[in-house]
Write a protein that binds this ligand. Sequence first.
Ligand code: PMP
Length: 365
Amino acid sequence: MSTSNIDMTTDRLTFARALYDAVPLYDPKRAPVDLDLTDNTNLWGLPPHAERALREIPVARITRYPSLYAAELKEALASFVGAKPEYLVTGCGSDDILDSAMRAFGDPGSVVASSEPSFAMIPIFAQMNGLTYVGVPERPDHQPDLDALLAAKPRILYLCTPNNPTGALLTQETLERAVREAPGVVFIDEAYAEFSGVSAVELAMRVDNLLVIRTMSKAFGLAGLRVGYGIGAPALVRDVEKSRGPYKVNAMAEQVALTALREDMAWVHAHVALAVENRERLAAALRDRGYAPLTSHANYVCVPVAQAIAVGQALRARGVAARPFAGLPHVGDTLRISVGPWEMLERFLVAFDDATANVYKGVTS
Ligand code: PMP
């Protein structure tokens, strides 16, 4: 190559969008580890009928394009959440719904406001779409500071319930006020709603400025297939669909997701119940050790732990990964531990005891 399009001073391509100078490539540093409790997926595995469907996909489904907007899947999801299909939009994971919806409703520079801490991708999706991100620290009770969020006059107000990473459930009152007073659209991210048993879907069917965002990556165990969906007024979800574009749910994902919704609901319910049981058991085990885990309504436990980054590293050295957070508002350093089968959590606890003992006596591995 004789010529270069790289600008020597910025180390960026001369034709790159300036907007992307500041956009990081998302990397949660998920290096392979024996026991990974960092991503809140279903650690029990794949539901059995979904697995059978995956193994039996007819080749013809792969050689042709999938359906444009996953109409059949929308119908099955609609009956799962208790909405009509015209209230549904699907996507390549709920990441895709969040990204497409920001593109659909944000003009360049529009404000996206989010309570903090919350889902780490929100500021990145905002940046990727040329929007202005405003983060507002949550209140000490782990509810969003709605006054401050509304004062930012957001085109898009993002709320997450149960919230990632705290596990806090937002009150119905908070959600209703957000929808009533927001000057633009409200996104309620319910990636973990199955574990709380509470949902704003019913609210989304009564108003025209609310998009509820859900996923099959967590309770349904299908993270690798990337199936997400949104629920909102027909006019609202149609614009998300325009922004999303066709063919985003691949043929294999649609088939397996449909099978899970039609044949695996007993498995899903049973494993949600197990996750809730083990979450409480893990929280109790941490309390026995003198920690004060936050009340969680999701499939993870967030526990304040001094020097969480060092403890996370020491855990990794012992073959176990949990997600550390530094300096969260009101609670300081925390570890977020995904909940799975009890044997996994027992192994976590053994590693945690050893890791904390070492870190707190000044040895970091
Ligand atoms: N929202 C929240 C709150 C999440 O925690 C996650 C996954 N970590 C997502 C959305 C995205 O999930 P997916 O794209 O797999 O549906």
